[in-house]
Design a protein around this ligand. Structure first.
Ligand SMILES: O=C(O)CCC(=O)C(=O)O
Length: 285
């Protein structure tokens, strides 16, 4: 598919899938690197600022659900985040100047990988404009059977739904007007990528297959998209730029905003926030 087709499809559906962006050897390297982190997670019994653990995690049977901000811990993930072929596509979709928002590696092991309830990423991190998106790098072939990302085409043009319940930000859509009708799996082979708009509604089912589904999520925004929850440190903020130059002039557009506060009593990841959500639907699938 040509770059122009990708851009048009992204604008129409709010997401795209592109095969063959990374060589298979690089995915093999990332899987080996990830296996080593799963091994290391045997040493912990609770969530840390590095690991988010599946229920039932033990030293004998390590069950890692997420490696938080993996680019901090291994150069192989950082290299993946700076891949020019991938950034060329991102630049066409948002802007030539690109800043990382955050990175995470979500692991769905065979038979027990956790679901993620329907949500919109921008509900977690409102910005002054919506030149904000997430790239998913498939370390494994990703299909409906092993818990592929699911998306509702065109939902990036719809409302920003409330993600609060009982007065707390639970990180899952909680609105009687919401319907999951039309949701489709984003299937892609290892080495391929998915890209979704930050307002696009997405989630994923548990992994019912015996094949793992590891997805490296790289969240990017235009350098002039400003986080409404603030910038703590100017140097650190600008160190997140992977292309282009810093700016002190945010682009302010009339985008829908709801502040994701107050948080749930414990919060460290979307999984923890969503554990407070009592209407979870995808978990039961
Ligand atoms: O890993 C998944 O299936 C979905 C993850 C996701 O949407 C998120 O972490 O925001």
């Amino acid at each position: 598919m040509s770059m122009q087709d990708l851009v048009e499809r992204y604008r129409r559906d709010g997401f795209i899938a592109v095969e063959g962006v990374y060589p298979l050897e690089q995915m093999e390297e990332l899987r080996r690197t990830t296996d080593a982190f799963v091994e290391q997670s045997r040493e912990v019994t609770e969530h840390t600022d590095m690991y988010d653990l599946e229920p039932g995690h033990t030293a004998e049977h390590p069950r890692l659900r997420r490696l938080k901000n993996p680019v901090r811990f291994h150069e192989a993930y950082d290299r993946c985040m700076r891949e020019p072929k991938m950034l060329d596509i991102v630049a066409q979709l948002i802007a030539p100047g690109i800043r990382v928002h955050s990175t995470k590696l979500n692991l769905k092991s065979g038979e027990f990988g956790s679901a993620v309830e329907w949500h919109q990423d921008i509900a977690f991190y409102p910005h002054t404009n919506e030149k904000v998106l997430a790239v998913g790098v498939a370390l494994d072939d990703m299909s409906a059977e092993n818990g592929a990302l699911m998306a509702i085409p065109g939902s990036h043009k719809g409302p920003l739904y409330d993600h609060h319940q009982n007065g707390h930000f639970v990180g899952a859509i909680n609105d009687p007007a919401f319907s999951e009708e039309g949701g489709v799996p984003l299937e892609v082979k290892a080495g391929g990528i998915t890209i979704h708009h930050a307002r696009m509604i997405h989630g994923s089912c548990p992994n019912h297959s015996d094949r793992p589904r590891r997805l490296l999520l790289l969240e990017f925004r235009a350098v002039d998209a400003w986080p409404l929850l603030g910038v703590k440190d100017w140097e650190e903020f600008n160190a997140l730029i992977v292309r282009g130059e810093p700016t002190q002039e945010p682009l302010v557009e009339p985008v829908p905003v709801r502040i994701p506060l107050p948080p749930t009593p414990t919060v460290g990841s979307i999984y923890e926030s969503q554990s407070y959500f009592t209407d979870a639907a995808l978990v039961r699938r």
